[in-house]
Every structure is written in structure tokens, then in C-alpha cells.
Design a protein around this ligand. Structure first.
Ligand code: MIC
Ligand code: SF4
Length: 641
């Protein structure tokens, strides 16, 4: 018998339901959860609705890092709600200003071999220290906090075998961009990317975390590195050596697929607008004028990354036509930069320093100018995400970003001269003062709700016939940023479904909302990889609130598919993808659901007078949720029995 992969071993150790065969539904125990403020308010409203007195995980942390611009009362009110909920239900609260959830969780809480479920798609950052860390919708995270298993399709495990060593000016970001260049934004849907090979030991924990973080953009369920001596050093430096344990795949582990990357052969890479999968060599696009450079986000805001940026900016000035913004990942990162005098390099270079938060990554400020070119060390460059629809956003490493900031045009970072040698501290500065621990007994804590927090809408069971107009027909790789955009104006409405639903599809079709309202609901038709990107369940709740009961596409992204199910929307797939052509926006469709259990359904297109065969791939459990009208009703009914 062949050996086991690392992912298999950890999943097996947490298995509570199902068979571990690719494609089969499995249920796993979740040890830790994380939420952030933009998805957290909804997740905690859902948790409250479950009626559980205290979280049942080893550790649950509520971070505030997304909605940090306070242009009115809304975000500040939500933060207060989150703080009171945390105290009430036994959750650690990370105050605004403390840092970005994934960076902080890696620094202070992640444990090799444990499972982490987060209401944010970049939760796989934890894979950098050997966790099985998965992003999910808020309701799934709420259920995990209530002690329910997390259900997923057993993924295939891909061996990403690294050899060689990165040359100067090529860094971890280029590794994940190379993976994206090879397999694209849907290449790893329902797969886990497991990193192995002699190249692994050449990468520090923050570099590994950059890779597992942005693995999300391949559609992967998660990504994972082994836990080795380098992991131990990192955890020791964080004062958490006792949480470390060695973890590796068996030497004869059998993988479903192999991707080989020779680190020594990599060059600086860059993703072009508007997809992280649109990857080219930096040298191929050199010379494009740049208006903005942004360094930060959960992908590239570690101490390692900001030390590189500070050294490379030393004695240099930002180009006159470029605005350089820096958003550090955590207070720990900033404290080190200040202590070592490196923070001054940013100020001297003319950088604009933002708070320790997501910031421009989710359009919370710093929108580029009209048609502006922005080079960002982030993980997503979806249309409109920056806050400026006409902006051209590129994704690169910190090294490339600094070169662009200094030269004012896209520039190969190898033109910056000497590469700085970076050594991470043997002991990080540890100050957990911005984490608030919950009291032993939270029963008397009062939950503070601002006027922006609206109760969750109630959703009815699946009707016998789903009928209505196709309200929108979209193409391939539609992201949740298309379905429900972020940005400083819309994000503050995350706890108010009636209000946020007005922005559904607004970035590509500003009339969608009024059409949906006028029709009282309908259907959505899409192409491949529908719903890629973020975990925001609002991209399912808002359409559901507007009366959408079925989405018919060629294929779904993992988290969005789960979110549709959680809110009672039937995710349907064309039997023959060419039938996509047989439907136009505005056509009236009807689908009888009486045979829904068989998985096979027939769509009648009244306008074209034809029928189209479709199917779903829901497990029995998932189907029961859709029939009940959503997961919350399903859980409540189950608990009543
Ligand atoms: C993102 O990067 O798109 C976000 C904002 O972090 C989302 C979560 C959200 O929409 O609140 C994610 O990645 O899940
Ligand atoms: Fe925040 Fe951006 Fe990371 Fe999402 S991708 S968690 S918005 S920094």
C-alpha cells in the first residue's frame, strides 16, 4: 500500500463523516475558526440564530481588518457589535488596528496539524505552517463554531514539487504566479495543492504563507506546506514552540497529480488586468507608466516583505507620478520596522502609510485615478475591485512593486541593483494587547446593535416549479466581486441585506437590481467557474433576497456553490455546456423540481420553445438544505427533531 499525503493525514485525523475518496462528501471536525468584520457580522447573526450559548471550538477569533474606514457610523457600529458578541460567546476579539486576520492568525494562533475554517477565502494562509485551513461562507463558519462538522468534497491532492532556490529579486509571489500561469484560476477547484521537494526548505514561513494564501486564486480548496525545522524556528520566534510538531507526507505518498517547479529558473512575474491568472513575465510588459503602487494585503505584508521593501527603498524616492501606499500586516511587523529604523525608509521615500488592515485590497480607500495603472502586491485584480472601474490593476511581488514605484513604470526589479539579505528575528516582538479575551462567563454581556444591523431575512422552502426570466446571462470566471462588489461605499452594508442587495451585479449591470425587483425574482445563467474569488455569502444572500431560486452555469467555484446551497438557491449545471447558447437574457424559464432527488432536471425555455437537460451534484445533505430553503432553517428543523 502506498503512503499518505500530508493533507490526507490531517483530514483523516479530523474525519467525522464520509469516505476519503476524491469527489465524495466528507465531514471534518474544525479546531479553530476565524472571521473578519466584513463577513463576520452576518456570521455572528447566524450564530446567534442557532441558539448555542458558547462556541464549541478550541479557539475562535473575530478580526476587524476590512471595514476600517469610518466615513459614518456604520462600520464603527459593526465593530462594537462584533466586540460584544465575542465577549458574549467566548471568542477572542482582535481590535481594529491590530492587523490583517491571516497575518495575525499565522503569527499568534495557527498550529500545525490543526484545522482552521475562516469566513474569508484567504484562510489557506495557515497552510504555510502545515494547517488544513479552508475558506468558507459565514454560515458554515457559524455552524463550525456551534460544533458542527464542516462538509466538503474530498479534494484530489496535487503534489507541487519544488526544486532549486529562488534567484535574487524573485520571491514567493512569483512562485504562486507561476502556479497560476500554469493552471489558471480554475485549475485547482476541488483540489489541495501540497508543496513538497527539496525547494521547500529554502522558503521561510512568511514566503510559504504567501504561496498558500494566493493558492486561493487557483480555486484550490486549500494549499499546504509541511511543518519542518523552519516552521519550528518561526513558531519559536513567536514564543509558541510548544505548539509546533513535525508534519510531512509519507516518503512514498501517492498524489493525484504532479506539478514541478524549479525555483532557480523562475523570473519576476506579474498578473495583468483583470485576472490573477493572466500572468506574464515582468520583462514582457516593461515600460507601462504606473500611477499607483500598493504594498500590503494578506499576501505580502509580512515582516519579511516589508523589510525587503524598506531596504530597496533606502535612499530612493518614489517617482513623481506615482502614489506609493503601504499597509502593513500587523502591529508586530510595524514594531520591528520601527525598532530597526526601517520604517523611516518609507517616510523618507515618500510612501503614504496606511493602517494595518486590508485597505486598498478591498477598495477601502486609495482608489486609483481614472484609467490609472496600479501595481499591487495583492492577490486579486478583478474588474472594479480597486474602486475605479477603469483602473488597470497588476499584481506583483514586493520587489517588482518597489521597482515600479521608483522608476514610474513597470520595471523588472533586477534593475534595482543589489538584493538585500533578509534575516527574520530570532524572537519577534510579542504584544498581544490588542486581542481581547472573552470572560469565563459571557452570559451577562449585552450585545450592542447599531441601526445598520438588520435581522436576517427568512427564506421559504424550494417551490414545486421554479419559474421566471433570466435576469442576467454572464460569461466565464464571474467573480463574487462582480456579483456583489466590495469597496468603501458598499462594504458598510454587509449587515443590511435589503440595502446591500441594491448593488447586486452593479459593476457589470447597474440595471440588475431594478429588473430583479420589477420581475419579483428570476434566474441567473453563467459560464465556467461561476462565483470565483471571495467567500462573501452576500453574493448568494442578496440574489436570494431578490427572489433568485436557481443559478444555471457550466461550472461553479467551490465556496460560492456552498453559499448558494446554504441560502436555498439550486446550483444547476448544463448536461451539455453548448446548451448555454440556447438561453438569452430575458428568456422565461421554468423548472419543475419534483424530480430534484434524481439529480436530473429539465429546463423549459418558453421563449425559445425548447428544453434543456441540466443536473445538480448535491449530496443528500445539501439537497435537504436547498429544499428547506437554506441551511439555517435546515439546522433549526434538525435540532427540533
Ligand atoms: C476578499 O479578499 O475578497 C475578501 C474581502 O477578503 C473576501 C471576504 C469578503 O468579501 O468579505 C474573501 O476573500 O473571502
Ligand atoms: Fe483582506 Fe485583501 Fe486579504 Fe481579502 S485578500 S483578506 S481584502 S487583504
Amino acid at each position: 500500500m502506498s503512503g499518505k499525503t500530508l493533507a490526507h493525514k490531517i483530514l483523516e485525523g479530523h474525519l467525522v463523516d464520509g469516505k476519503m475518496e476524491p469527489g465524495e462528501e466528507i465531514g471534518i471536525k474544525i479546531d479553530q475558526t476565524l472571521t473578519q468584520d466584513a463577513t463576520g457580522t452576518m456570521a455572528y447573526l447566524e450564530f446567534e440564530a442557532m441558539g448555542i450559548p458558547r462556541v464549541r471550538t478550541d479557539l475562535s477569533v473575530s478580526y476587524v481588518d476590512h471595514n476600517t474606514l469610518q466615513t459614518d457610523f456604520r462600520n464603527a457600529d459593526d465593530h462594537r457589535y462584533l466586540q460584544s458578541i465575542a465577549a458574549r460567546y467566548g471568542i477572542v476579539f482582535s481590535r481594529p488596528g491590530n492587523g490583517i486576520c491571516h497575518q495575525l492568525h499565522l503569527e499568534r494562533f495557527g498550529i500545525p496539524g490543526k484545522t482552521l475554517l475562516g469566513s474569508d477565502s484567504h484562510t489557506p494562509t495557515g497552510g504555510g505552517i502545515g494547517m488544513i485551513a479552508i475558506g468558507a461562507g459565514g454560515l458554515d463558519v457559524a455552524a463550525a463554531m456551534a460544533g458542527e462538522p464542516f462538509y466538503l468534497k474530498m479534494p484530489e491532492i496535487v503534489n507541487v514539487r519544488l526544486t532549486g532556490k529562488l534567484p535574487p529579486f524573485v520571491s514567493a509571489k512569483d512562485v504562486i504566479l507561476e502556479v497560476l500561469r500554469r493552471i489558471g484560476v480554475k485549475g485547482a477547484v476541488n483540489k489541495i495543492l501540497e508543496y513538497t521537494g527539496p525547494g521547500v526548505k529554502t522558503l521561510s514561513v512568511p514566503e510559504r504563507a504567501t504561496i498558500t494564501n494566493m493558492g486561493t486564486e487557483t480555486g484550490a480548496t486549500t494549499s499546504i506546506f509541511p511543518s519542518d525545522e523552519i516552521t519550528r524556528e518561526f513558531m519559536k520566534a513567536q514564543g509558541r514552540e510548544k505548539d509546533w510538531r513535525p508534519l510531512a507526507p509519507d516518503p512514498d505518498a501517492e498524489y493525484d497529480e504532479l506539478i514541478e517547479i524549479n525555483l532557480s529558473e523562475l523570473e519576476p512575474l506579474i498578473a495583468l488586468p483583470h485576472s490573477p491568472g493572466n500572468v506574464k513575465k515582468v520583462s514582457e510588459v516593461e515600460g507601462i507608466k504606473v500611477d499607483q503602487v500598493a504594498i500590503g494585503s494578506c499576501t505580502n505584508s509580512s515582516l519579511r516583505d516589508l523589510m525587503v521593501a524598506a531596504h530597496l527603498l533606502d535612499g530612493r524616492r518614489v517617482h513623481n507620478n506615482v502614489s506609493l501606499v503601504i499597509s502593513p500586516g500587523s502591529r508586530q511587523v510595524v514594531l520591528h520596522l520601527v525598532k530597526d529604523g526601517l520604517f523611516a525608509n518609507f517616510i523618507k521615500a515618500g510612501a503614504r502609510i496606511l493602517e494595518n488592515a486590508c485597505g486598498p485590497c478591498i477598495g477601502m480607500g486609495q482608489a486609483p485615478p481614472t484609467s490609472g495603472v496600479s501595481v499591487r502586491t495583492f492577490n486579486r485584480n478583478f474588474l472594479g475591485r480597486s474602486g475605479t472601474k477603469s483602473a488597470q490593476v497588476y499584481l506583483s511581488s514586493v520587489e517588482t512593486a518597489v521597482a515600479c514605484a521608483v522608476f514610474g513604470e513597470i520595471t523588472d526589479p533586477r534593475k534595482l541593483g543589489k538584493y538585500p539579505g533578509i534575516k527574520l528575528p530570532e524572537r519577534f516582538i510579542i504584544d498581544d494587547g490588542m486581542f481581547i479575551y472573552p470572560p469565563e462567563d459571557g452570559n451577562r454581556v449585552e450585545i450592542v446593535r447599531g441601526p445598520n444591523i438588520k435581522p436576517l431575512p427568512d427564506f421559504e422552502p424550494l417551490p414545486e416549479v421554479i419559474t421566471g426570466k433570466v435576469l442576467i446571462k454572464v460569461g466565464d470566471n464571474i467573480t463574487t466581486d462582480h456579483i456583489l462588489p466590495g469597496g468603501a461605499k458598499i462594504l458598510p452594508l454587509r449587515s443590511n441585506i435589503p440595502e446591500i442587495s441594491k448593488y447586486t451585479f452593479s459593476v457589470i449591470d447597474p440595471e440588475f437590481y431594478s429588473r430583479a425587483k420589477a420581475e419579483g425574482g428570476g434566474l441567473i445563467v453563467g459560464g465556467e467557474n461561476y462565483g470565483q474569488g471571495s467567500s462573501r455569502e452576500h453574493a448568494a444572500i442578496a440574489p436570494r433576497y431578490l427572489g433568485i431560486r436557481a443559478v444555471l452555469v457550466k461550472s461553479f467555484a467551490r465556496i460560492h456553490r456552498a453559499n448558494l446551497i446554504n441560502f436555498g438557491i439550486l446550483p444547476l449545471l448544463f448536461d451539455n455546456p453548448d446548451d448555454y447558447e440556447k438561453i438569452e437574457q430575458g428568456d422565461v424559464l421554468s423548472i419543475a423540481t419534483k424530480d430534484v432527488d434524481s439529480g436530473k432536471l429539465v429546463v423549459k425555455n418558453e421563449a425559445k420553445n425548447c428544453t434543456i437537460n441540466v443536473h445538480h451534484d448535491l449530496s443528500e445533505r445539501e439537497l435537504s438544505m436547498v429544499k428547506a430553503g437554506g441551511k439555517l432553517t435546515y439546522i433549526k428543523e434538525k435540532n427540533r427533531r
